[in-house]
Design a protein around this ligand. Structure first.
Ligand code: A2P
Length: 264
């Protein structure tokens, strides 16, 4: 479907889509070939576009596949009238997707100080960088326990994360690292579900910790990574600071990190 009569801009990779799965009318996942020269750290993002204009629109997308994977995976929302996703949601196997050459981002293991338990807080498509990190054996070399929280408006929006965690635990390479140490905590805000509410409220009330059978977050043992909407980043950051954690970066590792590359 992509109009490939436009030349590929300089400095970008042109890759071939290998698989597309639609989860809901708002969410889909695609996989594409990986440039042989691409190196990235699990949790980083790249700029993605389509060859459908002289000057294509690029948007930040977390790489959802781990750094050892031969292909690249992405998890995307479909924004009605969105300059990129309106077209991206129509891609099919064999189509071309453009990618700028430099991966970057703060949701990387190197930006965290050593700790015992790693919390990954996500809402909506914010689960994507964690889809990469939970499939990276290095995550389990650095942390004894990994708690992935994923909150969505509706139950059907949890599917990608649930399938991902099940596949990770069954994976011949990563499964033995993740077994008994990777846990998924799903909550839903706008439909009935056994675990209901925003993760920020569930931490404030203590219910998230009671549900998981864990003590509240402490700077001695716990580390955090946050990915979601701007409002979710702000409120989850405040919650972690309330527990005594401090934000870090690539140049100054801390006890939690936030990715701000995704505009609402
Ligand atoms: P809610 O339904 O109460 O708004 P979105 O699609 O808007 O990014 O939301 C994805 C999920 O993130 C929803 O479950 C939403 O809850 C939740 N959410 C939205 N804003 C915040 C926030 N400031 N802090 C925590 N969770 C939030």
């Amino acid at each position: 479907m992509t109009d490939q009569s436009f030349p590929i801009p300089a400095g970008v990779f042109a890759q071939t889509v290998t698989e597309v799965s639609h989860y809901t009318d708002r969410l889909f996942r695609f996989r594409m070939t990986r440039p042989a020269s691409l190196r990235f750290r699990s949790g980083e993002f790249v700029m993605i576009g389509l060859p459908n204009a002289e000057r294509p629109v690029f948007r930040a997308y977390s790489v959802a596949s781990p750094s050892w994977d031969e292909e690249l995976e992405f998890y995307s929302i479909k924004v009605p009238g969105g300059p990129l996703t309106e077209h991206l949601q129509k891609i099919r196997e064999g189509d071309t997707v453009l990618m700028r050459k430099k991966p970057t981002g703060t949701l990387v293991l190197d930006a965290l100080l050593p700790g015992r338990r790693l919390w990954m807080f996500s809402t909506g498509t914010g689960i994507a960088p964690f889809a990469s990190l939970i499939r990276d054996p290095e995550t389990y070399e650095k942390f004894e326990e990994v708690i992935l929280t994923h909150t969505c408006r509706e139950v059907s929006e949890l599917t990608y994360g649930q399938e991902l965690v099940a596949a990770t635990l069954a994976d011949p390479l990563v499964g033995e690292f993740a077994a008994g140490r990777l846990r998924l905590y799903n909550t839903v805000t706008r439909e009935d579900y056994p675990f209901r509410g925003r993760i920020t409220d569930l931490m404030a009330s203590g219910k998230a910790f009671a549900d998981l059978g864990l003590p509240p977050i402490s700077p001695e043992s716990d580390r955090g990574m946050i990915c979601g909407s701007m409002a979710m980043l702000r409120d989850t950051k405040a919650a972690l600071e309330g527990f005594g954690l401090e934000e870090g970066s690539n140049s100054a590792p801390g006890t939690f990190v936030v990715e701000r590359a995704f505009v609402d």
